[in-house]
Write a new protein. Structure first.
Length: 602
């Protein structure tokens, strides 16, 4: 009797790969799993999943299956098992509070919760109370009891008939987190787009250090390399020193590696394979640069060789803006291996990217629309409220001579289908003609030598430069639109600043005033000479036009970031400055008082 796996681009690829080539590596245990084991373990787990739940292919299709599983082989097997069942995978973040996990399970209507042994207690706590409908619960060990040694594995159904997929929840910065439904076809389109643009190959060995409840860690660093037949090595949680040791290992004198946690289906890995592909967030790149200085000379020499382009084919930064000092520092350390920036979000996967060719790694830019992605810039007239597309060649306003800014809007097979059971939110975020409104503002400009198609036909014409979120990063001060990201990029190039976030606060004189929240660098924290707003403004006067330079400065010990290195500026403003509405009212009261005094003096 054959075991059927729902046909999709992913399983067609898994079936076609060399069965003995390495799919997954566990860094800590040094155990590897070939593609043959991966496919067989997915089939075994699916068979047991159906037995334990009393479902079949028709009744499990479309069901939401939540899971709490640590990064590694079991996570990959769980994710693929759910896709193979034509169900919807709902990865949960172990770092989330119980209340947030309960909201996700309630909102999704999950019928089943799976967990590894490590997270069994947390899963049990989630199920205690506060759930509208309690899902069934099974430890992952329950799904490993089924033997299928004598059974054939076959793909069933048509690839375009796959009704399952994955659901990730938004960060919830403006409202309760929403479920973003990504069908299997959408995931395949996203992965194929990246495969074409970034040229993943079976020879690539990707080091994975990212959390797995985000699009970056799942699509970019699991599904796409599996589609290509690459190898994925899990090293999580991120530890900068351990990452440097792993980079350096193939270029150090041969040494024995301790082997632990043996597996019946895995073989042992000696960490002599160079890392060819590494994707991370800006805070990770910055931490690696800081930690490199603490390595011994032997490690430094080997690590520097490891990250040269001869071995590290592609190094990618994303999920937040990349500071110029980090970009420059990595380029110098690696001997010219320039970080590639890209732009994406939960709802769309990756949408824009710089190219593989050096000429298409444009500092501060996120590049061009990826293959199969349609992009337009939508400009809204502040006076009339009407909008229109900024056509190519019309990026400069003929009256003011300034660059025209517009919202990035996207269309194509890589865009999500809907927010789960939230018709109002879905309709709000899509235009009537079917474009997804990202809420991110950008400009588009030609840069010398780039956009000539050297990275592929998709990388042609003017490149896109993100200015920030429509609500948080576009500051309107004194009648001018200012990009907080541009200011942050310049501020981070100052030696006094370790971290910064630029925000707009209500101002009676300016509408909004530009304010910087800063963490000082170690060399300046204990300096005898205090560094303040006057020093900051002096340092920036040759870097930014006057109205872009922050008017105020607040020095803090830490700027809170999420797992992907992003700052929630709404929360930051509240924590540092207090209630924005109170600030606005105080600003209005000052204006009214000034107007009253003017009348009295007349």
């Amino acid at each position: 009797m054959a075991i059927g796996l729902q046909r999709s681009a992913f399983f067609e690829a898994l079936e076609a790969h060399d069965p003995q080539s390495t799919a997954i590596v566990h860094h800590d245990s040094k155990v590897t799993y070939p593609y043959a084991s991966l496919l067989r373990d997915v089939a075994r787990t699916k068979e047991q999943l159906l037995r334990l739940t009393g479902r079949d292919e028709s009744t499990i299709a479309g069901e939401r299956i939540a899971f709490l599983v640590e990064n590694g082989y079991d996570y990959v097997v769980t994710l693929l098992t759910i896709l193979a069942s034509n169900a919807i995978a709902l990865p949960l973040a172990p770092s989330f509070p119980v209340s947030e996990l309960r909201h996700i399970i309630n909102d999704s209507g999950a019928f089943l919760l799976l967990s590894s042994t490590k997270y069994a207690r947390q899963a049990d706590e989630v199920l205690q109370d506060g759930l509208e409908k309690t899902p069934s619960f099974h430890p992952m060990d329950d799904l490993k009891q089924c033997s299928i040694d004598d059974q054939e594995i076959k793909l069933i159904g048509a690839s375009d008939a796959a009704g399952g997929g994955m659901m990730l929840y938004t960060s919830g910065t403006t409202a309760r987190p929403k479920g973003v439904l990504l069908s299997t076809a959408t995931l395949a389109a996203q992965a194929q787009s990246l495969l074409t643009a970034w040229n993943y190959t079976p020879q690539d060995h990707l080091l994975h250090v990212l959390p797995l409840h985000h699009i970056h860690g799942t699509v970019n660093a699991i599904l796409t390399p599996l589609l290509a037949g690459s190898s994925i090595e899990f090293l999580y949680p991120f530890d900068a020193h351990v990452v440097w040791e792993r980079f350096a290992a193939p270029f150090l004198p041969t040494h024995e590696h301790e082997i632990t946690n043996g597996s019946s289906t895995g073989t042992h890995h000696n960490a002599r394979t160079p890392i060819s592909f590494f994707t991370a967030v800006p805070t990770i790149w910055a931490r690696l640069l800081q930690t490199y200085r603490t390595l011994n000379l032997e490690l430094q020499t080997a690590a520097k060789e490891a990250i040269s382009r001869r071995h590290l084919r592609l190094n990618i930064s994303g999920s937040a803006a990349l500071p110029t000092p980090t970009l420059d520092g990595w380029t110098e350390l690696s001997g010219g291996n320039v970080l590639l920036e890209r732009y994406g979000m939960t709802e769309v996967g990756m949408a824009l990217s710089c190219g593989l060719h050096d000429s298409d790694r444009v500092p501060g830019s996120v590049g061009w629309p990826l293959p199969s992605v349609e992009v337009r810039l939508w400009e809204v007239d502040e006076h009339t409220g009407t909008g229109g597309v900024i056509l190519q060649g019309e990026e400069i306003d003929p009256v003011s001579g300034k660059e025209r800014q517009g919202e990035i809007q996207l269309r194509g097979p890589t865009i999500f289908r809907e927010y789960w059971r939230n018709k109002a939110a879905t309709e709000k975020e899509f235009t009537v003609d079917g474009w997804f409104k990202t809420g991110d503002i950008a400009v588009r400009r030609m840069t010398p030598g780039s956009g000539q198609g050297k990275s592929g036909s998709w990388a042609r014409g003017p490149a896109y430069f993100i200015q920030g979120r429509q609500s948080a990063d576009i500051i309107k001060t004194g009648g001018e639109k200012v990009s907080a990201l541009e200011i942050e990029r310049e501020m981070l190039s100052l030696p006094q600043i370790h971290e910064c976030a630029v925000v707009g606060l209500p101002s009676e004189s300016w509408g909004q005033k530009v304010v910087a929240v800063v963490v000082l660098s170690e060399d300046w924290k204990d300096s005898d000479k205090p560094w303040g707003v006057a020093d900051m403004r002096h340092e920036l006067k040759d870097r930014l036009v006057r109205y872009k330079i922050p008017q105020d400065l607040e020095i803090v010990s830490k700027i809170q970031r999420n797992a992907m290195g992003k700052v929630n500026k709404k929360q930051l403003v509240a924590a540092v400055f207090g209630d924005v509405e109170k600030i606005r009212r105080r600003s209005m009261d000052k204006r009214e008082e000034r107007e009253r005094l003017k009348k009295l003096l007349k």
